[in-house]
Every structure is written in C-alpha cells, then in structure tokens.
Design a protein around this ligand. Structure first.
Ligand code: PHB
Length: 390
C-alpha cells in the first residue's frame, strides 16, 4: 500500500512537471537567430546580435503575454550549417520565427525549411533581390543591392563621371549590384567599360585594381560585403588610384560604419549610396546610436545592426497584432504592410513582395568631431526593390 502511494505521488509529480513544461512552452515565443558569429562575416553577426539584444532591453521581453526567448546560433558563414541549424531550431526547439541570415546563400538555403514548416524567416542582412521570392514566409528588413546601386548610377553622370569600371564580389548581391548599376548608368548616357568580379572568399584585390589602373576610367564602382571594404580602400590608396584620377564610388557596404573610422583620411570624399548611416541626422537615430554605443563600448552600429533592430521590431509587432495566438501564416500576414520610423528613416514592408521599401541616401565620407562618417547629402524617397521579377 505504501509503495502504491509512493508511485502515485511520483506520477503526479511527473505530470505536474510535464504540464509546467508545456505551459512554459505555450507561454514562450522563441526566435531562432542564425548569424555568422565566426568566419568571414563575423562582424555582421556581432552587429546584429548586439542590436537584437538592445531592442529587447529597450522593449522588454514579454509581448502579448508571451516571454520572448532569443536563441542565437553561429553558422560560421557556411550555408549548409545555416540550413542544419534552421532545421534543428524548427524541429527540436520549436522556434516561432527564424531570423538573421548574414549572407545570401545562407538565406536561400533556409527558404525551403521556412516553407515546409510554415515558419516566418526574417532576413536581417542578406541583400540579393531574389531572396524574398524563395519562400512566401520570407520577410526582409535589410535592403537590396539593386535598390541602392541605381541611386548611385543616377548621381554619377551628373557629377562628371562618364566611364566606369565595376568591381564586385562574385555572388548574388555583387551580380545584382553590377547589373542594376550598369543598366541604369547606360540609361543616363554613361558607360560601364569593364565588369570585374572577385571571389567572395578571401579575395586578393591587387590584380583587379591593376587592371582598373590600366583601363583608367573616370570612376571605379565597388560592391564587396560588409567587412571587406577596408581591404579594398587600403589597396585602392596604396596603388595611388586616386592620384591617377580614378574616383572611388561604392555601395555603402564598402564604407561600412563598423570599419570606416579606421580606414584613414584617404577615405575622405568617397561617395556611396545606401539606406543607413550612423550619422543619419534624425532624433530616432541619435537615440539608437547613443544607446547602442553605450551598451557596446567601442562599437558603432552599422547597416547590419539596423537590419537586426528593425527585424526585431517587425517580429514584436507581429506578435502583438496576432495577440500571441497566431501561427506562421498569421505572423507573416501581420508583418506585411508594417510601416514605422527606423533609425535609417521611414520604412515599410511591402505587403505584396514582403520586401523593405525605404529611402536611399547619397553620402560622402567626411570628418565629424574628428571621426569619419558617411554624411548624407541627398535622398531618394520610398525606393522599392527594382530587382523583383514578379
Ligand atoms: C549578402 O550576402 O547578401 C550580403 C552580405 C553583406 C553585404 C551585403 C549583402 O554587405
């Protein structure tokens, strides 16, 4: 009899524990944040994680009665690892949302998992146009290379640039930058006279820059992914390309706020187009930059950080709109059409394409209080991704 009572008590305790666990699950909203924390794009992972944690610190970790749990995983900048981690997060951890994605191949590798499991996939970094078409569960808060390259191709011919050589990383975003820049420049009566592509992994820019020197265009247009810009700038200056009369123009990935201040005065005057500068002169951005720098001493937020911060906003708001009871389809529906003021300026998630619509700024590297910044001097408002095929 004693034994029986003991066993009953045990069963009760186990059941209580089990239901507490189920309750905790039901009251938790899990975000699986997959980022390159090591490898070539490690600065992207560092920036996005810091921004996501800042958003949570500022906005609390409970939304619509659910406790937000952030699970950060390092994909080491390897797309097959991203995919495996996404699968584990969905199957084992039962995450409600997948987020992050430092490079295009990682975002694309995960798309089938988002589709099959009906899990929203919030792309905070990767920027090839095609990504949002890879799954109806993908929502993007970063930008596209097509979006920002076109603005520079409009600016250049009006500023004395008639011939350009382009130099891009040889994969999705680079190929988009090359294509949209070239087509738009031609429409404006100027020409890309040569298109050069460098390997995405560990590129040696020297032989390519030598070629540019020989071709002697009015300008060199560059896209390399965040983190690789300093190497391009260094070699451009070391080879005296600026002194040879070749202007450097680029997407803002090259004068990345994460690295810009260490590039030296040789970077002064470089004109770029992008959606975010840490020097964006709005009250919302000043507050964001100050809070980010306070929470992460020695770091300046770059465009990756803003993609992560706004991605968290989109997720929080979707959870609030769906009152904590929505599955993947309801969450994606609640992400569509969100409109708000980001540190980058006004933005919204296009309800048709699930891609970001935002201002694109022309900026010039200048010194502000002794530090190098991308200072905005012109804006093209509410730019949609020109790279959509449907
Ligand atoms: C990308 O892989 O899509 C990517 C990565 C870094 C950038 C831009 C695009 O700065």
């Amino acid at each position: 009899m004693k034994k029986r009572m003991f066993l009953d008590a045990c069963a009760l305790a186990v059941a209580a524990l089990f239901s507490a666990n189920v309750m905790a699950q039901a009251n938790t909203f899990k975000i699986g944040l997959i980022l390159p924390m090591t490898g070539q794009q490690a600065s992207t992972g560092r920036q996005i994680e810091a921004a996501a944690r800042l958003y949570m610190a500022q906005n609390g970790d409970t939304v619509a009665g659910k406790k937000i749990e952030l699970i950060v995983k390092d994909d080491t900048t390897v797309p097959t690892v991203t995919k495996r981690l996404a699968q584990e997060l969905v199957v084992n951890d039962k995450v409600n949302v997948l987020a992050g994605f430092g490079i295009t191949p990682s975002a694309l590798a995960t798309a089938p998992i988002a589709t099959q499991s009906k899990t929203p996939q919030v792309v905070m970094a990767a920027a090839t146009s095609i990504i949002t078409e890879a799954s109806p569960y993908i929502v993007r808060t970063s930008f596209t290379l097509a979006q920002v390259s076109v603005a520079l191709a409009d600016w250049a011919p009006k500023n004395g640039i008639k011939t350009v050589v382009s130099l891009v990383s040889d994969y999705g975003p680079g190929i988009d930058a090359e294509k949209y820049f070239k087509e738009r420049l031609a429409l404006n009566g100027a020409q890309v006279i040569e298109s050069l592509r460098v390997p995405m992994r560990n590129p040696d820019f020297a032989p390519f820059l030598q070629k540019v020197r020989d071709l002697k265009p009015d300008a060199l247009f560059v896209f390399v992914p965040s983190g690789a810009g300093a190497a391009v700038m260094k070699q451009f200056l070391e080879r005296g390309m600026d002194k040879a009369g070749i202007r450097l123009i680029a997407t803002g990935d090259v004068t990345d706020d994460d690295q810009l201040n260490d590039m030296g005065d040789g970077a002064l005057g470089v004109v770029t187009s992008h959606h975010y500068s840490a020097a964006h002169p709005s009250a919302v951005n000043k507050k964001f930059v100050a809070a980010f720098e306070k929470a992460n001493p020695g770091m300046r937020p770059n465009f990756m950080a803003v993609g992560g911060y706004d991605g968290m906003r989109v997720i929080y708001e979707a959870l609030r709109i769906t009152k904590g009871v929505g599955g993947g389809d309801a969450l994606v529906a609640a992400m569509k059409g969100q409109i708000f003021e980001s540190p980058r300026g006004p933005m919204y998630i296009d309800a048709q394409t699930r891609d970001v619509v935002q201002n694109v700024y022309l900026r010039k590297v200048e010194k502000v209080d002794g530090k190098l910044y991308n200072v905005e001097f012109d804006v093209i408002k509410d730019v949609k991704d020109p790279g959509k095929t449907k």
